[in-house]
Design a protein around this ligand. Structure first.
Ligand SMILES: CC(C)(COP(=O)(O)OP(=O)(O)OC[C@H]1O[C@@H](n2cnc3c(N)ncnc32)[C@H](O)[C@@H]1OP(=O)(O)O)[C@@H](O)C(=O)NCCC(=O)NCCS
Length: 334
């Protein structure tokens, strides 16, 4: 067989985002749960989040973010060879959401597939996209993280109603003459599948009288402990795998699970003061697979508005969540 050679290295060429309206405040959330704006801010850092209306789907948001990233990459649509869509909120077993999104973005007949790895999905898809380019399977990959979690939130559940939200973020990955996406450190622990799951399966919902819609349920304290202790180690391992120290970083962009986890991870990694820590969760909530690209977009938007310069700097990304699963890598920001 003829060998196929890929790019020596890869990079993130551009970032795109879709932040749906309306903005939902903590006061809005407290209309259906016994809580307060103060409690939600103190325990999660969240002040507001976006929740898409009924006529805006996860696929709509993914396509918006994908079009945005493609336009900013400067590439022609036909240069995109694959679309990887990280999501856990696609409503149909088939076809993949990615195939529909590829068509909507105008990059068909690009290969298209969904990646389901909970809140870690985007960082998994970055790893896969980078390796597709290095392996020579394609030269450019559109990687999207998109969620409409509001469909799976029980508005009366005090442990989740304030936390999760909707949105989409995207990046284009392409070849580079030097390493701009580092090695991925990843893994899973299915023995803790119950820690973040849904109240019922689709089968239970269909077959069992009185079974609930598959609302997301979460053992908050177990997630918190795992996120802080195990994920600090995974993040450090990603730094080590790239030969990068915390002092070399310009930004830290962890999954926007909640602000207390983000701050605790930053402390455990002993990030120097100059490292910009993404805190998009404050106004975006936890958007699961969309949170890391949305947080990168927020840093670039802040830079354009006169905030700290992050473009060209190294950022440590880490996604973690249901599975349990996680993936982390160091990237150079576009
Ligand atoms: C969800 C989370 C904020 C809850 O905080 P917590 O301190 O663990 O809350 P607990 O469930 O232990 O409850 C503590 C108290 O707050 C109360 N409480 C729980 N939810 C509340 C709410 N929404 N509003 C007000 N009070 C609430 C409880 O009743 C309890 O009261 P008590 O001490 O009088 O019994 C926290 O566990 C967390 O951040 N977990 C990680 C979640 C996450 O990031 N998930 C995404 C991973 S991808």
């Amino acid at each position: 067989m003829a060998p196929r050679e890929g790019a020596a290295h890869t990079r993130i060429m551009s970032v795109g985002a879709c932040r749906p309206d309306p903005v939902v405040t903590n006061a809005d959330i407290c209309a259906t749960i016994d809580s307060t704006d103060e409690w939600i801010r103190e325990r999660s850092g969240i002040e507001s989040r976006r929740m898409a209306p009924s006529d805006v789907s996860m696929i709509d948001m993914a396509a918006d973010a994908g079009r945005d990233a493609l336009a900013r990459s400067g590439l022609a649509a036909e240069e995109i060879g694959a679309v990887l869509l990280a999501t856990s909120t696609h409503l149909r077993p088939t076809p993949s959401a990615a195939a529909v999104v590829a068509h909507r973005v105008g990059v068909a007949p690009a290969a298209a597939m969904d990646v389901a790895a909970g809140c870690a999905g985007f960082c998994h898809a970055v790893a896969l996209g980078s390796d597709l380019v290095k392996g020579g399977t394609t030269r450019h990959v559109l990687v999207i993280g998109a969620e409409k979690l509001s469909l799976f939130l029980d508005p009366t559940d005090r442990s989740t109603a304030f936390l999760f939200a909707d949105g989409a973020g995207a990046v284009v990955i392409g070849p580079s003459d030097r390493p701009q996406i580092g090695p991925t450190v990843w893994g899973s622990d299915g023995s803790q599948a119950d820690v973040i799951t849904t109240r019922s399966s689709w089968m239970q919902y269909r077959e069992e009288p009185g079974a609930s819609w598959p609302f997301v349920t979460m053992q908050g304290q177990s997630v918190f402990r795992w996120a802080v202790f195990a994920m600090a180690k995974a993040a450090q391992a990603a730094l080590d795998a790239s030969g990068v120290s915390a002092a070399d970083l310009t930004a830290f962009v962890p999954h926007q699970a909640n602000l207390r986890i983000i701050e605790a991870l930053g402390k455990k990694l002993r990030l120097p003061d100059h490292v910009v820590v993404a805190r998009d969760v404050v106004t975006a909530g936890n958007t699961s697979a969309a949170s890391v690209p949305l947080a990168i977009d927020a840093l670039l938007t802040a830079q354009a508005a006169g905030g700290p310069r992050v473009s060209g700097g190294l950022a440590l990304l880490i996604g973690f969540g249901a599975g349990l699963s996680y993936a982390a890598q160091v990237v150079q920001l576009p």
